[in-house]
Design a protein. Structure first.
Ligand code: ADE
Ligand code: ZN
Length: 350
Protein backbone atom coordinates (compact mmCIF):
# COMPACT_ATOMS: atom_id res chain seq x y z
CA UNK A 1 0.00 0.00 0.00
CA UNK A 2 1.60 3.26 -1.04
CA UNK A 3 0.55 6.80 -0.26
CA UNK A 4 -0.90 7.45 -3.70
CA UNK A 5 -3.26 4.47 -3.41
CA UNK A 6 -4.68 5.35 0.00
CA UNK A 7 -7.54 7.80 -0.25
CA UNK A 8 -8.21 9.07 3.23
CA UNK A 9 -10.35 12.08 4.09
CA UNK A 10 -8.30 14.96 5.49
CA UNK A 11 -8.52 15.25 9.27
CA UNK A 12 -8.10 18.58 11.10
CA UNK A 13 -4.78 18.81 12.93
CA UNK A 14 -6.50 19.08 16.32
CA UNK A 15 -8.39 15.78 15.67
CA UNK A 16 -5.32 13.84 14.55
CA UNK A 17 -4.24 12.63 18.03
CA UNK A 18 -7.73 11.22 18.62
CA UNK A 19 -7.64 9.42 15.26
CA UNK A 20 -4.22 7.96 16.08
CA UNK A 21 -5.35 6.80 19.51
CA UNK A 22 -8.62 5.26 18.37
CA UNK A 23 -7.58 3.56 15.13
CA UNK A 24 -7.10 -0.22 15.36
CA UNK A 25 -3.47 -1.27 15.00
CA UNK A 26 -1.03 -4.15 15.45
CA UNK A 27 2.18 -4.00 17.46
CA UNK A 28 4.98 -6.11 15.97
CA UNK A 29 8.03 -4.96 17.94
CA UNK A 30 7.67 -5.14 21.70
CA UNK A 31 10.13 -6.86 24.03
CA UNK A 32 7.92 -8.11 26.82
CA UNK A 33 10.75 -7.65 29.34
CA UNK A 34 10.87 -4.02 28.17
CA UNK A 35 7.28 -3.54 29.33
CA UNK A 36 8.23 -4.15 33.00
CA UNK A 37 7.34 -0.89 34.72
CA UNK A 38 9.45 0.11 37.75
CA UNK A 39 6.42 -0.40 40.04
CA UNK A 40 6.08 -4.02 38.86
CA UNK A 41 9.85 -4.57 39.15
CA UNK A 42 9.65 -3.52 42.81
CA UNK A 43 6.51 -5.59 43.47
CA UNK A 44 8.07 -8.73 41.95
CA UNK A 45 11.36 -8.11 43.79
CA UNK A 46 9.44 -7.99 47.09
CA UNK A 47 7.38 -11.09 46.19
CA UNK A 48 10.50 -13.09 45.25
CA UNK A 49 12.93 -11.72 47.84
CA UNK A 50 15.23 -10.27 45.15
CA UNK A 51 17.55 -7.45 46.23
CA UNK A 52 17.59 -4.50 43.81
CA UNK A 53 20.49 -2.03 43.54
CA UNK A 54 17.96 0.86 43.71
CA UNK A 55 16.25 2.15 46.86
CA UNK A 56 12.95 3.19 45.26
CA UNK A 57 10.82 3.27 42.11
CA UNK A 58 11.85 6.92 41.66
CA UNK A 59 15.54 6.12 41.94
CA UNK A 60 15.20 3.33 39.38
CA UNK A 61 13.24 5.51 36.99
CA UNK A 62 15.79 8.30 37.28
CA UNK A 63 18.45 5.85 36.03
CA UNK A 64 16.61 5.66 32.69
CA UNK A 65 18.86 8.13 30.88
CA UNK A 66 20.57 6.33 28.03
CA UNK A 67 23.34 7.33 25.65
CA UNK A 68 23.15 4.33 23.32
CA UNK A 69 21.74 0.78 23.04
CA UNK A 70 24.26 -0.84 25.41
CA UNK A 71 23.65 1.69 28.20
CA UNK A 72 19.98 0.70 28.04
CA UNK A 73 20.58 -3.07 27.78
CA UNK A 74 22.62 -3.09 31.03
CA UNK A 75 19.63 -1.72 33.00
CA UNK A 76 17.07 -3.76 31.04
CA UNK A 77 18.76 -7.11 31.83
CA UNK A 78 19.09 -6.07 35.50
CA UNK A 79 15.34 -5.26 35.63
CA UNK A 80 14.48 -8.73 34.30
CA UNK A 81 16.27 -10.35 37.27
CA UNK A 82 13.05 -10.13 39.36
CA UNK A 83 11.28 -12.66 37.06
CA UNK A 84 11.46 -16.12 38.60
CA UNK A 85 8.07 -17.87 38.61
CA UNK A 86 5.54 -18.64 35.91
CA UNK A 87 3.13 -16.17 37.53
CA UNK A 88 5.74 -13.39 37.22
CA UNK A 89 5.90 -13.88 33.45
CA UNK A 90 2.12 -14.00 33.35
CA UNK A 91 1.75 -10.79 35.35
CA UNK A 92 4.28 -8.95 33.19
CA UNK A 93 2.60 -9.96 29.92
CA UNK A 94 -0.88 -9.34 31.33
CA UNK A 95 0.05 -5.77 32.32
CA UNK A 96 1.37 -5.09 28.83
CA UNK A 97 -1.66 -6.62 27.10
CA UNK A 98 -4.10 -4.56 29.19
CA UNK A 99 -2.11 -1.42 28.33
CA UNK A 100 -1.89 -2.32 24.62
CA UNK A 101 -5.63 -3.05 24.39
CA UNK A 102 -6.30 0.42 25.89
CA UNK A 103 -4.30 1.84 22.94
CA UNK A 104 -6.54 -0.08 20.51
CA UNK A 105 -3.83 -2.59 19.66
CA UNK A 106 -5.88 -5.54 18.41
CA UNK A 107 -3.01 -7.88 17.56
CA UNK A 108 0.55 -8.14 18.88
CA UNK A 109 3.61 -10.33 18.35
CA UNK A 110 5.66 -10.35 21.55
CA UNK A 111 9.44 -10.79 21.70
CA UNK A 112 10.92 -12.52 24.70
CA UNK A 113 14.57 -13.19 25.65
CA UNK A 114 14.71 -16.67 27.21
CA UNK A 115 18.50 -16.63 27.66
CA UNK A 116 18.16 -13.75 30.12
CA UNK A 117 16.10 -16.09 32.30
CA UNK A 118 17.59 -19.55 31.69
CA UNK A 119 21.03 -18.11 32.60
CA UNK A 120 19.56 -17.43 36.09
CA UNK A 121 18.22 -20.97 36.45
CA UNK A 122 14.63 -20.23 35.35
CA UNK A 123 13.37 -23.00 33.06
CA UNK A 124 12.22 -22.47 29.48
CA UNK A 125 8.90 -24.04 30.50
CA UNK A 126 8.34 -21.44 33.25
CA UNK A 127 9.00 -18.58 30.84
CA UNK A 128 6.95 -19.83 27.90
CA UNK A 129 4.00 -21.15 29.88
CA UNK A 130 3.60 -17.93 31.85
CA UNK A 131 3.71 -15.78 28.72
CA UNK A 132 1.49 -18.14 26.73
CA UNK A 133 -1.18 -18.25 29.42
CA UNK A 134 -1.33 -14.45 29.42
CA UNK A 135 -1.75 -14.48 25.62
CA UNK A 136 -4.61 -17.00 25.80
CA UNK A 137 -6.42 -15.09 28.57
CA UNK A 138 -6.00 -11.78 26.71
CA UNK A 139 -7.76 -13.13 23.65
CA UNK A 140 -10.79 -14.14 25.69
CA UNK A 141 -10.88 -11.27 28.18
CA UNK A 142 -9.44 -8.27 26.30
CA UNK A 143 -10.19 -9.18 22.67
CA UNK A 144 -6.52 -8.83 21.64
CA UNK A 145 -4.67 -11.60 19.81
CA UNK A 146 -1.09 -12.19 20.91
CA UNK A 147 1.67 -14.60 19.89
CA UNK A 148 5.28 -15.20 20.96
CA UNK A 149 8.57 -14.69 19.11
CA UNK A 150 11.65 -16.15 20.81
CA UNK A 151 14.70 -13.91 20.42
CA UNK A 152 18.30 -15.11 20.50
CA UNK A 153 20.73 -12.76 22.25
CA UNK A 154 23.31 -11.83 19.61
CA UNK A 155 26.05 -10.97 22.13
CA UNK A 156 26.05 -14.67 23.11
CA UNK A 157 27.46 -17.49 20.96
CA UNK A 158 25.98 -19.51 18.13
CA UNK A 159 26.33 -22.58 20.34
CA UNK A 160 24.25 -20.97 23.09
CA UNK A 161 21.61 -20.04 20.53
CA UNK A 162 21.44 -23.68 19.37
CA UNK A 163 21.09 -24.84 23.02
CA UNK A 164 18.27 -22.33 23.52
CA UNK A 165 16.51 -23.59 20.41
CA UNK A 166 16.81 -27.16 21.69
CA UNK A 167 15.27 -26.16 25.05
CA UNK A 168 12.40 -24.41 23.25
CA UNK A 169 11.48 -27.25 20.88
CA UNK A 170 9.11 -29.03 23.32
CA UNK A 171 7.06 -25.79 23.18
CA UNK A 172 7.31 -25.38 19.40
CA UNK A 173 3.53 -25.11 19.03
CA UNK A 174 3.41 -22.11 21.38
CA UNK A 175 5.91 -20.11 19.32
CA UNK A 176 5.22 -18.06 16.20
CA UNK A 177 8.80 -17.36 15.24
CA UNK A 178 12.33 -16.44 16.22
CA UNK A 179 14.20 -13.14 16.28
CA UNK A 180 17.61 -11.68 17.03
CA UNK A 181 18.22 -8.87 19.51
CA UNK A 182 20.67 -7.33 22.06
CA UNK A 183 23.90 -5.45 21.24
CA UNK A 184 24.05 -5.10 17.47
CA UNK A 185 27.40 -3.58 16.53
CA UNK A 186 30.08 -6.30 16.41
CA UNK A 187 27.46 -9.08 16.36
CA UNK A 188 26.43 -9.26 12.69
CA UNK A 189 23.57 -11.44 11.47
CA UNK A 190 25.96 -13.93 9.83
CA UNK A 191 27.00 -15.14 13.31
CA UNK A 192 23.56 -16.82 13.46
CA UNK A 193 23.17 -17.98 9.85
CA UNK A 194 23.15 -21.69 10.77
CA UNK A 195 20.71 -21.26 13.68
CA UNK A 196 18.32 -19.33 11.48
CA UNK A 197 18.66 -21.93 8.70
CA UNK A 198 17.60 -24.60 11.22
CA UNK A 199 14.70 -22.45 12.47
CA UNK A 200 13.60 -21.98 8.86
CA UNK A 201 13.57 -25.76 8.33
CA UNK A 202 11.45 -26.06 11.47
CA UNK A 203 8.88 -23.66 9.99
CA UNK A 204 9.39 -20.68 12.30
CA UNK A 205 8.72 -17.17 11.06
CA UNK A 206 12.02 -15.24 11.04
CA UNK A 207 12.77 -11.64 12.05
CA UNK A 208 15.93 -9.85 13.22
CA UNK A 209 16.98 -6.51 14.64
CA UNK A 210 19.21 -4.87 12.02
CA UNK A 211 20.13 -1.28 11.17
CA UNK A 212 19.16 0.07 14.59
CA UNK A 213 22.69 1.28 15.41
CA UNK A 214 24.44 -1.08 13.00
CA UNK A 215 25.21 -0.36 9.33
CA UNK A 216 23.03 -1.07 6.26
CA UNK A 217 25.35 -4.07 5.61
CA UNK A 218 23.66 -5.81 8.59
CA UNK A 219 20.25 -5.32 6.98
CA UNK A 220 21.54 -6.89 3.76
CA UNK A 221 22.91 -9.93 5.59
CA UNK A 222 19.77 -10.28 7.71
CA UNK A 223 17.84 -10.49 4.43
CA UNK A 224 20.25 -12.57 2.34
CA UNK A 225 21.83 -14.89 4.92
CA UNK A 226 19.22 -15.16 7.67
CA UNK A 227 16.33 -14.85 5.18
CA UNK A 228 14.21 -12.85 7.61
CA UNK A 229 10.68 -11.77 6.69
CA UNK A 230 10.78 -8.47 8.63
CA UNK A 231 13.55 -6.17 9.81
CA UNK A 232 13.27 -4.80 13.34
CA UNK A 233 14.19 -1.10 13.33
CA UNK A 234 16.07 -0.89 10.00
CA UNK A 235 16.21 2.91 10.18
CA UNK A 236 19.86 2.97 9.03
CA UNK A 237 18.67 1.59 5.67
CA UNK A 238 18.05 5.13 4.44
CA UNK A 239 21.85 5.51 4.11
CA UNK A 240 21.86 2.95 1.26
CA UNK A 241 19.74 3.71 -1.83
CA UNK A 242 20.07 0.18 -3.24
CA UNK A 243 18.90 -1.28 0.05
CA UNK A 244 15.89 1.05 0.13
CA UNK A 245 14.94 -0.20 -3.34
CA UNK A 246 15.33 -3.81 -2.26
CA UNK A 247 13.14 -3.30 0.85
CA UNK A 248 10.45 -1.55 -1.21
CA UNK A 249 10.55 -4.08 -4.05
CA UNK A 250 10.28 -7.13 -1.78
CA UNK A 251 7.84 -5.44 0.60
CA UNK A 252 10.02 -6.26 3.60
CA UNK A 253 8.43 -4.54 6.59
CA UNK A 254 10.45 -2.40 9.00
CA UNK A 255 9.21 -2.37 12.58
CA UNK A 256 10.23 1.18 13.46
CA UNK A 257 10.27 2.39 17.08
CA UNK A 258 10.51 6.19 17.15
CA UNK A 259 10.62 6.83 20.92
CA UNK A 260 13.21 4.07 21.32
CA UNK A 261 15.36 5.70 18.62
CA UNK A 262 15.01 9.02 20.41
CA UNK A 263 15.88 7.66 23.88
CA UNK A 264 18.85 5.64 22.55
CA UNK A 265 20.17 8.68 20.64
CA UNK A 266 19.79 7.12 17.17
CA UNK A 267 18.27 10.48 16.13
CA UNK A 268 18.94 13.76 17.97
CA UNK A 269 15.21 14.60 18.16
CA UNK A 270 11.89 13.24 16.88
CA UNK A 271 11.63 15.93 14.19
CA UNK A 272 14.77 14.43 12.61
CA UNK A 273 13.35 10.90 12.56
CA UNK A 274 13.29 9.33 9.08
CA UNK A 275 9.89 7.57 9.34
CA UNK A 276 8.42 9.92 6.75
CA UNK A 277 11.34 9.32 4.39
CA UNK A 278 10.83 5.55 4.69
CA UNK A 279 7.10 5.85 3.95
CA UNK A 280 7.65 8.26 1.06
CA UNK A 281 10.09 5.76 -0.46
CA UNK A 282 7.28 3.18 -0.46
CA UNK A 283 8.65 1.01 2.36
CA UNK A 284 6.30 -1.04 4.53
CA UNK A 285 7.14 0.85 7.72
CA UNK A 286 5.22 0.31 10.96
CA UNK A 287 5.22 2.10 14.34
CA UNK A 288 6.00 0.18 17.54
CA UNK A 289 7.07 0.77 21.14
CA UNK A 290 10.11 -1.59 21.57
CA UNK A 291 10.57 -1.26 25.37
CA UNK A 292 7.76 1.06 26.45
CA UNK A 293 8.48 1.03 30.19
CA UNK A 294 12.00 2.32 29.53
CA UNK A 295 11.42 4.70 26.63
CA UNK A 296 8.53 6.72 28.00
CA UNK A 297 5.68 5.57 25.84
CA UNK A 298 3.40 2.80 24.59
CA UNK A 299 1.95 2.58 21.08
CA UNK A 300 -0.23 5.67 21.11
CA UNK A 301 2.53 7.81 22.61
CA UNK A 302 4.78 6.70 19.76
CA UNK A 303 2.13 7.64 17.20
CA UNK A 304 1.04 10.97 18.68
CA UNK A 305 4.52 12.28 19.53
CA UNK A 306 6.02 11.26 16.18
CA UNK A 307 3.13 12.74 14.18
CA UNK A 308 3.31 15.99 16.17
CA UNK A 309 7.06 16.28 15.61
CA UNK A 310 7.22 15.32 11.93
CA UNK A 311 3.94 16.62 10.49
CA UNK A 312 2.67 13.23 9.30
CA UNK A 313 -1.01 13.20 8.26
CA UNK A 314 -4.15 11.05 8.50
CA UNK A 315 -3.08 9.45 5.22
CA UNK A 316 0.16 8.30 6.84
CA UNK A 317 -1.79 7.08 9.88
CA UNK A 318 -3.90 4.85 7.65
CA UNK A 319 -0.85 3.47 5.82
CA UNK A 320 0.99 2.75 9.08
CA UNK A 321 -1.99 0.92 10.61
CA UNK A 322 -2.61 -1.01 7.42
CA UNK A 323 1.08 -1.91 7.14
CA UNK A 324 0.97 -3.24 10.70
CA UNK A 325 -1.67 -5.80 9.74
CA UNK A 326 -0.11 -6.63 6.38
CA UNK A 327 3.31 -7.19 7.97
CA UNK A 328 1.93 -9.36 10.78
CA UNK A 329 2.09 -13.15 10.73
CA UNK A 330 -1.67 -13.67 11.09
CA UNK A 331 -3.43 -15.64 8.35
CA UNK A 332 -4.96 -14.03 5.26
CA UNK A 333 -8.54 -14.15 6.60
CA UNK A 334 -7.56 -12.41 9.86
CA UNK A 335 -5.62 -9.77 7.89
CA UNK A 336 -8.67 -9.11 5.72
CA UNK A 337 -10.92 -8.82 8.79
CA UNK A 338 -8.59 -6.32 10.50
CA UNK A 339 -8.13 -4.25 7.33
CA UNK A 340 -11.90 -4.17 6.72
CA UNK A 341 -12.38 -2.87 10.28
CA UNK A 342 -9.63 -0.31 9.75
CA UNK A 343 -11.30 0.90 6.55
CA UNK A 344 -14.63 1.16 8.36
CA UNK A 345 -13.00 3.14 11.18
CA UNK A 346 -11.49 5.64 8.74
CA UNK A 347 -14.75 5.98 6.81
CA UNK A 348 -16.71 6.73 9.99
CA UNK A 349 -14.17 8.97 11.73
CA UNK A 350 -15.18 12.62 11.65
N1 ADE B 1 16.39 -5.77 23.45
C1 ADE B 1 15.43 -5.00 23.97
N2 ADE B 1 15.32 -3.85 23.29
C2 ADE B 1 16.24 -3.90 22.29
C3 ADE B 1 16.60 -3.03 21.26
N3 ADE B 1 16.03 -1.84 21.07
N4 ADE B 1 17.61 -3.40 20.44
C4 ADE B 1 18.23 -4.58 20.60
N5 ADE B 1 17.91 -5.43 21.57
C5 ADE B 1 16.92 -5.10 22.41
ZN1 ZN C 1 13.77 -4.13 19.80
Amino acid sequence: MNLAKASVKPVAADRLPELLRRMPKAELHIHIEGSLEPELIFALAARNGVQLPYASVEELRSAYAFSNLQSFLDIYYAGASVLLKEQDFYDMARAYLVRAAADNVVHTELFFDPQTHTARGVSMQTVIQGLHRACVDAQGELGISAALILCFLRHLSEEEAFETLEQALPFRDLLLGVGLDSGEVGNPPEKFARVFARCRELGFHLVAHAGEEGPPAYVWTALDLLKVERIDHGVQSSKDAALMQRLARDRIALTVCPLSNLKLCVFPDLASHNLRQLLDAGLVATVNSDDPAYFGGYMNDNFTQTFAATGLTAQHAYILARNSFEASFIDAAAKRMHIDRLNEFFEKFQ
